[in-house]
Design a binder for this molecule. Structure first.
Ligand code: NDP
Length: 246
């Protein structure tokens, strides 16, 4: 599979880092897209020398996505797998939320996957069993406080997934992988899991009584992009320890 390419946005950190490692393990060359943390990108490139190509590009900017796609297609060819994982939270009460906070989150979490799919899907249509996986959130289905921008962006992403699954069928399968509480710096900071009371309250809502690991998300990704999921498209796969049973 060494000629296979996977583009993973936000592939240098958190859940995306596990995705990058797993895809390399599966024999893919990984293009790991990140926004501005060069140090994490260099660390990953050193760890997986030759198999990962980190590229700095802001997915919320269509011009940067276009340049990214040009360079990937010219240098590596069309990707068999596109994982739209880059995501952003700028939380706050609706009444205080600025237009900028609304736009930045929507542009990254919803428009970014649209731009990436627009650039790569026409080329992916010529490949054998290509697949797009969008990384969603349970808040796409059940909203939470102080996240009007994030919840709306992920709800849109879930529907974008279904529309793309219809329009790109039968060649490209498009699915939405939804993490529950997954152990990343971003999640631990935002939900204050270092504080015993906050952590206990969170775990009380999860039947598996633990926070999930990024590797468990990579297990689910491996299923969705693999032959075992060849009849699965337009679906959401929720990996959350049973927190929400929809
Ligand atoms: P992290 O914050 O740990 O990592 C985010 C990654 O995305 C980084 O590599 C970052 O690059 C990159 N990124 C952010 N914005 C952009 C952008 N505009 N353009 C390109 N790259 C960008 O996130 P997580 O691993 O926690 O989350 C990954 C995904 O999973 C997100 O979509 C998130 O919404 C979703 N999710 C996560 C949950 C969790 O519990 N962790 C729960 C539900 C959903 P850089 O570091 O350079 O800024």
């Amino acid at each position: 599979m060494t000629d296979r390419v996977a583009v993973i946005t936000g592939g240098t950190k958190g859940i995306g880092l596990s995705f990058s490692r797993r895809m390399v393990h599966l024999g893919y060359r990984v293009i790991a897209v990140y926004r501005d943390d060069d140090a994490s990108a260099e660390e990953l490139a050193t760890e997986l020398r030759g198999d990962v190509v980190p590229i700095r590009a802001d997915v919320s900017d269509p011009a940067q996505v276009s340049r990214l796609a040009e360079s990937v297609l010219a240098g590596h060819g069309a990707p068999h797998v596109l994982v739209n994982n880059a995501g952003r939270n700028i939380d706050g009460p609706f009444l205080d939320m600025s237009h900028a906070a609304w736009r930045q989150v929507l542009d990254t979490n919803l428009s970014g996957p649209f731009y990436l799919a627009k650039e790569f899907a026409p080329e992916m249509l010529h490949l054998d069993q290509p697949s797009i996986v969008n990384i969603g959130s349970t808040t796409a289905i059940r909203p939470r406080l102080d996240g009007v921008n994030y919840c709306a962006s992920k709800a849109g992403l879930l529907h974008l997934t279904k529309c793309l699954a219809m329009e790109l069928a039968p060649t490209i399968r498009v699915n939405c992988l939804i993490p529950g509480m997954i152990d990343t710096v971003e999640m631990n900071t935002r939900f204050r899991t270092g504080e015993p009371a906050a952590r206990a309250a969170m775990l009380a809502e999860i039947p598996q009584r633990r926070i999930g690991s990024p590797d468990e998300m990579a297990d689910a990704l491996e299923f969705l992009i693999g032959d075992g999921a060849r009849y699965v498209t337009g679906q959401k796969l929720i990996v959350d320890g049973g927190q929400f049973m929809w």
